[in-house]
Unconditional design. Structure first.
Length: 205
């Protein structure tokens, strides 16, 4: 795991945000899905593998409270510096998302994952990831996943990825119902196409 942390820290140390392969502006697709949730602006949100995403700016324009997670201390430190005035609206969690979450981290209303889950490639890690999603979310809470689709690239950031379709996600989320799903092609900063699947689930039990 140390190797993986170093890998991501190395990327954030040497790369300007605008040159990251997953850098986006506007966040139109994530906001489109988020806006299907009537109460999102007053919720407690967990952002898995947040990196240095500018999505945080958008989320902080609402009244939502955030838990920001990443494996990379480098990414977390950059964000901490940027949002040092946000006080207790942000909780920080620098850990591998495929490890159990702290037991006091519960009562999350919305889980957001863009391009993080697909880096987990073994069944144990994926199983624990979905256990984290399920145990931390309130009944009635939501989870948004944006992952490389089956038409997508097989590698990102020099690492293998596991690609998803909606059926795969449904199988990992038996206590959720799927509210929306959509294919979306992201054009990355180099102009390459990156087909994603976006999905919104709600926890029903
Ligand atoms: C492709 S980037 C996406 C960043 C951000 N979600 C976005 O959309 O801009 C993947 C992020 O996941 C983080 N990451 C990778 N594996 C992780 C893991 N096992 N646990 C937590 N974070 C992880 C990386 O450090 C990186 O910030």
């Amino acid at each position: 795991m140390k190797k993986l942390t170093e890998h991501w820290n190395g990327i954030y140390k040497k790369t300007e945000d605008e040159n990251l392969g997953w850098y986006e502006e506007g966040f139109s697709q994530t906001l489109k899905i988020l806006n299907l949730i009537p109460t999102w602006k007053e919720s407690k949100m967990f952002v898995s593998g947040v990196g240095t995403s500018g999505l945080v700016d958008e989320l902080l324009q609402s009244k939502a409270d955030l838990v920001l997670n990443d494996l990379s201390s480098e990414a977390i430190e950059k964000l901490k510096l940027k949002y040092m005035d946000m006080g207790n609206r942000i909780e920080w969690l620098c850990q591998d998302i495929s490890e159990p979450l702290p037991t006091d981290l519960k009562e999350i209303d919305i889980w957001i994952d863009r391009a993080v889950l697909h880096f987990l490639t073994d069944d144990v890690s994926i199983g624990q990831y979905f256990k984290n999603v399920t145990t931390s979310l309130n009944v009635g809470g939501y989870a948004i996943f944006a992952e490389f689709s089956k038409k997508g690239a097989t590698k990102c950031a020099g690492l293998d990825v596991r690609r998803y379709d909606i059926q795969d996600l449904k199988e990992y989320l038996p206590s959720f119902e799927c509210i929306a799903e959509e294919e979306y092609t992201f054009i990355n900063p180099k102009g390459d196409t990156r087909p994603y699947i976006y999905a919104l689930f709600s926890k029903i039990k």
